[in-house]
Every structure is written in structure tokens, then in C-alpha cells.
Ligand binder design. Structure first.
Ligand SMILES: C[S@@+](CC[C@H](N)C(=O)[O-])C[C@H]1O[C@@H](n2cnc3c(N)ncnc32)[C@H](O)[C@@H]1O
Length: 183
């Protein structure tokens, strides 16, 4: 085998691996894109996450929100992720984390989870997945629970607060209709 064929093979594996890592979870509700650090800070700040909170991160990725909330703010965090490579990364990071006792990693579909215990729900999902999630949140969340979303708002709902610069939207459950909508 020539060097060119080897390099071509490696390139194909790399591209296919990256495509899998980023896009495969689309079928479950969202592809992979990590929340930028500034937005993670804004999410945690707007939701006033603290040591008394149980944060559930629905679609936890590689843990941008999870480790910040548990290590810096002392929150208990449940990270739900469907894609197995990211679950592996989450588990490795948890093992190395000084806050590991406060972090639970769940490999599974967020639409099948029970999050009655959550005081804060963190999201960075595609709009279709958020709409699908909405009635589940309605059925499960305690009144007053905070839901903080990066990038996409809940359509027709009035955020309690938002930070346009980092595209972070905070809601207190149950959702309040935006003025002029029937939501
Ligand atoms: C846009 S990424 C956000 C990742 C992470 N929250 C962050 O901020 O870095 C969305 C994540 O949701 C995960 N995901 C998509 N559908 C899911 C489902 N049905 N159940 C659990 N995780 C899901 C994807 O695998 C992906 O890691």
C-alpha cells in the first residue's frame, strides 16, 4: 500500500468519524455543538445555580455545563446524553473531577427520563426537540423550576430573562405566553 493510499484512508476515517460525532445524534433530537464558555457562564448566572440546586442537563454533550455547575457552584448535576462516545468522555471527565460525587451520568434518551427532582433544567437542543420536550416538562417540573436554554427560545413563550449577547433564555415553569400570542 502506498503512502498516498494510507493518508487517504486516514482522511476518510477522520471525516467519517467527525461526521458521526457531530451529526449522528440528530436522529434523537440534536447534533453536537458545545455551548461556548461565555454562554455557559450566562446560563448558570441567569438561572442563579447554586449548591442547593439539582441541575439536569438534557443532552449534556461532553459536559460544558455539567462540570462548571458541579465544580464551581457546588450543584448536584444529572447529565443525560444519548451518544455513547460522549457518554464515555463524560464518564472519564467525571472520574477526574473533584465534584464527581455530585455528578450522575445517564446514558439514555432525554425524552424518556424522569426529571421531577430538577430545580434547574439546562438545554441546547434544536427547536423541534424543544417542542417535543415541552409537554414532558409541563407534566414533570415543579412550579418555579428554572429552564435555561442556549441559542433557541421556546416559541411563543415569554422568557423570565434573557441575554441576547450569549443567546441564553431563562424560563420559570410553567411557561408564560409571550404578549400577543395564545401559547
Ligand atoms: C447541541 S449539543 C449540546 C451539548 C452540551 N449541552 C453543551 O452545551 O456542550 C446537543 C446534545 O444533545 C444530545 N442529544 C440529542 N438528542 C438527545 C436525546 N434524545 N437524548 C439525550 N441526548 C440527546 C446530542 O448527542 C448532543 O450531545
Amino acid at each position: 500500500m502506498t503512502l498516498t493510499a494510507l493518508l487517504l484512508g486516514a482522511l476518510i476515517v477522520l471525516v467519517a468519524g467527525t461526521m458521526y460525532f457531530v451529526f449522528a445524534s440528530f436522529v434523537f433530537g440534536a447534533g453536537y455543538q458545545p455551548t461556548p464558555r461565555r454562554s455557559v457562564e450566562a446560563m448558570l448566572e441567569l438561572a442563579r445555580v447554586g449548591a442547593g440546586d439539582t441541575v439536569i442537563d438534557l443532552g449534556a454533550g461532553t459536559g460544558a455545563v455539567v462540570f462548571r455547575a458541579a465544580e464551581r457552584l457546588g450543584a448536584r448535576v444529572v447529565a443525560v446524553e444519548v451518544e455513547p462516545l460522549r457518554v464515555l468522555i463524560l464518564r472519564l471527565r467525571r472520574r477526574l473531577s473533584p465534584a464527581r460525587d455530585r455528578i450522575t451520568i445517564v446514558w439514555g434518551d432525554l425524552f424518556r427520563r424522569d426529571f421531577r427532582d430538577a430545580s434547574v433544567v439546562a438545554l441546547f437542543l434544536w427547536p423541534g426537540a424543544m417542542e417535543r420536550l415541552r409537554p414532558i416538562l409541563d407534566a414533570q417540573l415543579r412550579p418555579g423550576a428554572r429552564v435555561v436554554s442556549h441559542y433557541h427560545p421556546f416559541v411563543g413563550a415569554q422568557p423570565t430573562a434573557n441575554d441576547p449577547g450569549t443567546k441564553v433564555f431563562l424560563y420559570r415553569w410553567p411557561l408564560e405566553p409571550a404578549p400577543g400570542t395564545g401559547t
